[in-house]
Ligand binder design. Structure first.
Ligand SMILES: Cc1cc2nc3c(=O)[nH]c(=O)nc-3n(C[C@H](O)[C@H](O)[C@H](O)COP(=O)(O)O)c2cc1C
Length: 241
């Protein structure tokens, strides 16, 4: 079963198959995921935009870091890093544009924080509400250990100050791109994760991007169904040892 090869071939754009596509505006999927208003919310600090290292130095310094100090992270630094992934950077009459590019500005990626040690936040699993720049607590507990197990036992996840799990709500992108959307969701997630990796360096932290995990176990931790929405990628972030 060479389904990867098949997918790459079958999802090609050609001059023939692009003709005559119409968008169904009435059934455009919602851009933002909503949780029950009963769930506890935690405000994030506004981005500090403090002076830091030159961008080219940050790019040069970035390395995958897999060993962390296990120290509590300040909430400003935490907020800045969450925002850098795909926080809102421009609001117009029609759109809210974000820090990372997204195919068709459809923003199919969702962010879940699995917090181990961050000032002002209980350990637990949170969802990042992009338009409000806050976190909704999905469940409290030391899920870092469970997430590490789900990621083939990669201990750095349990030692990091926090982890971000990125998922895709693929219908948002399929609405316009159909099966080709599966190419774009991974590209979107890569842009977001790179922003986070560079922001971490800028704040004196380190990160490791993680693609090796048991999909359904991670889906269960972030409480998504694995069909409409599924985990794609993880970043572990903390003070390097
Ligand atoms: C898509 C992707 C998946 C990755 N998955 C893992 C992983 O599961 N575990 C890990 O330790 N590193 C993982 N990495 C990090 C790579 O091993 C690392 O980027 C590579 O060795 C180059 O080193 P550098 O990041 O320090 O430049 C992943 C990187 C990418 C881009």
């Amino acid at each position: 079963m060479n389904y990867g090869d098949d997918y790459q071939r079958l999802s090609k754009y050609t001059r023939e198959n692009l003709k005559g596509r119409n968008l169904d505006w009435v059934n455009k999927p919602a851009l933002y995921k909503k949780y029950s208003p009963e769930l506890e919310k935690f405000e994030l600090k506004k981005p500090s935009f403090k002076d830091s290292i030159n961008l080219y130095d940050i790019i040069k310094r970035r390395r995958s870091v897999r060993s962390f100090m296990g120290e509590k992270l300040e909430s400003q630094v935490f907020s800045d890093i969450i925002w850098s992934g795909h926080g809102i950077t421009l609001t117009t009459e029609q759109h809210q544009f974000r820090a990372a590019p997204s195919a068709g500005a459809l923003y199919p990626i969702e962010s879940y924080c699995v917090i181990n040690q961050v000032e002002g936040f209980k350990p637990g699993v949170y969802h990042y509400q992009v338009p409000y720049h806050n976190l909704v607590l999905i469940k409290e507990g030391n899920y870092g250990i469970e997430l590490a197990r789900a990621a083939l036992g990669q201990r750095m996840i349990a030692e990091a100050a926090f982890n971000i799990v990125w998922s895709a709500m693929v219908e948002r992108s399929k609405w316009k791109y159909d099966q080709r959307a599966y190419r774009y969701i991974y590209l979107d997630a890569g842009h977001i994760a790179q922003n986070v990796a560079l922001a971490a360096v800028s704040s004196g932290l380190g990160s490791c991007q993680i693609g090796a995990f048991f999909d359904e176990e991670v889906n269960r931790i972030i409480e998504v169904d694995g069909e409409q929405e599924f985990a794609l990628y993880i970043s572990a972030i903390g003070k390097p040892k």
